[in-house]
Design a protein around this ligand. Structure first.
Ligand code: R5P
Length: 301
């Protein structure tokens, strides 16, 4: 098996290769002055099983194009199979038409990936359980929840919180992993035109609320969902320690500053998205998904 990396998350690709007992195979990603890219696969892959690791967070469009070019280069070089490891799948929140006239962006990028020649996709914690249905190729849908559950077990006792009602399946799953730890959800309303969110009430059995909360989400983008959910738990329900567990650190806008200055105690994320140095903050801890991806590649799940 030959493993190649795009430029979006090479440290994770290296860790995955290491966990597979190998090294990354050489590839040239040349950027022209106008920003266009030229990809060259620099190792013989005829009749080989190949893997490409590429996260498609910011800049999503450029990262997707680079992934398509790598897949095309592998196909034209005679690879037997091309497994695309896309730890964070960009555009997954636009998986259907919310308002008349909208494009289904996820459909577009998945079809392009398949048309280019990908034979399998591996991703971590999709936003919705229905996303694998968009693909025609096999999908390995992995989860960071077991990694998070281990961390939670090592902390003091508390309760789980979903920051919105869309996360109920996830919070139920986490509760199962933690022997039925009780949970509540904060209720989020988003204005579809402005994107503004409001979190001002709780759904569930208030009696489960203790001094320590574990908020679980799939991603942190602007950080507003987490900051508002935590603020409600702290200010109106007396929760003193709030640990956040979110798989994908997309960290747009001022998310790191907002989280650092918020009432949350600590923020656990994974390396599904590479966090640049300037976006790291003291409350942050990063866990790696390399081993779970490697297990899937070895077909050990
Ligand atoms: C929404 O449904 C997701 O699960 C996340 O809660 C959301 O995408 C986080 O976005 P932000 O950090 O911008 O509030």
């Amino acid at each position: 098996m030959k493993i190649f990396s795009g430029s979006s998350n090479k440290p994770l690709a290296e860790k995955i290769a290491h966990a597979m007992g190998t090294q990354l195979s050489p590839i040239e990603i040349f950027v022209f002055p106008d920003g266009e890219k030229r990809i060259q696969i620099q190792e013989r892959v005829v009749d080989e099983d190949t893997v490409v690791v590429q996260s498609t967070a910011t800049p999503a469009d450029a990262n997707f194009m680079e992934l398509f070019f790598i897949v095309d280069g592998l196909k034209r070089s005679g690879a037997k199979s091309i497994t695309t490891v896309i730890p964070y799948l960009g555009y997954q929140r636009q998986d259907h038409v919310f308002r008349d006239g909208e494009a289904v962006s996820l459909d577009v990028v998945v079809h392009a990936l398949e048309r280019t020649g990908a034979t399998k996709a591996i991703a971590v914690d999709f936003h919705s359980i229905k996303i694998p249905e968009v693909f025609s190729i096999p999908v390995g849908h992995l989860s960071a929840l077991p990694l998070f559950a281990e961390k939670i077990k090592a902390l003091v006792d508390g309760f789980l919180a979903s920051p919105d009602m869309g996360g109920l399946r996830r919070i139920n799953k986490m509760s199962e992993l933690l022997d039925g730890m009780p949970w509540i959800a904060t209720v989020k309303n988003r204005d579809l035109d402005t994107g503004k969110i409001v979190i001002d009430k709780i759904e569930g059995d208030f009696s489960v609320i203790q001094k320590t909360a574990f908020i679980v989400d799939d991603m942190i983008s602007s950080g507003k969902t987490i900051a508002q959910s935590a603020k409600l738990l702290h200010a109106e329900h007396g929760v003193e320690k709030i640990y956040v567990f979110a798989t994908h650190p997309v960290f747009s806008d001022e998310a790191p500053k907002l989280l650092q200055e918020s009432v949350v105690t600590k923020v656990f994320v994974t390396d599904s998205v590479l966090i640049p140095e300037e976006k790291r903050f003291p409350k942050l801890e990063v866990l790696s998904v390399a081993d779970i991806v490697a297990a899937e590649l070895r077909n050990e799940r």
